[in-house]
Design a protein around this ligand. Structure first.
Ligand SMILES: [Zn+2]
Length: 149
């Protein structure tokens, strides 16, 4: 996996669906790489988030996909078209992002604060969910995922 300071190959598709994708600090998982157009430093927890997307692109690749980029295109089209798929994919990525910050022995209040911030990002306008996902739902789903294992 490499981090590339550029827009991802399918940026036109992404921007049409998510107008906020052009904002500084927004990064993209595609194929084998993380694309970081603004070149801002990427916090380790966000890298953990993007690694989940890269892994899922491979995992969900149809048998017919001829390359890793074809698998990424397939995942992205589904991600753009299907809000529920998008929410579930982001849920998994945000749980990984939370876990990357949740060091053992973290103060309970701080842990709750990080959980709340993670849930707020999960239901952010950036993702254009229709209907919008609520903070309550995002908190519940993250807790549910954390308690799974
Ligand atoms: Zn994501």
């Amino acid at each position: 996996m490499s981090v590339i300071v550029a827009r991802p190959p399918n940026f036109e598709l992404i921007l049409k669906a998510f107008p906020d994708a052009d904002k500084p600090g927004v990064i993209f998982a595609y194929g084998d790489n993380i694309y970081n157009p603004s070149g801002d430093p990427i916090p380790p927890a966000l890298l953990a988030h993007e690694r989940i997307h890269l892994g899922r692109q491979k995992m969900l690749a149809p048998p017919s996909s001829l390359s890793i980029d074809a698998a990424a295109d397939h995942w992205w089209i589904r991600y753009v078209l299907d809000a529920e798929f998008r929410y579930r994919e982001e849920l998994l990525a945000h749980v990984a992002e939370f876990k990357a910050q949740d060091n053992r022995g973290l103060d309970r209040n701080l842990r709750a604060k990080i959980l709340q911030k993670t849930a707020a990002r999960l239901c952010a306008p950036l993702y254009n969910y229709t209907p919008p996902r609520s903070m309550t739902l995002a908190m519940r789903d993250i807790r549910w995922e954390l308690e799974k294992k």
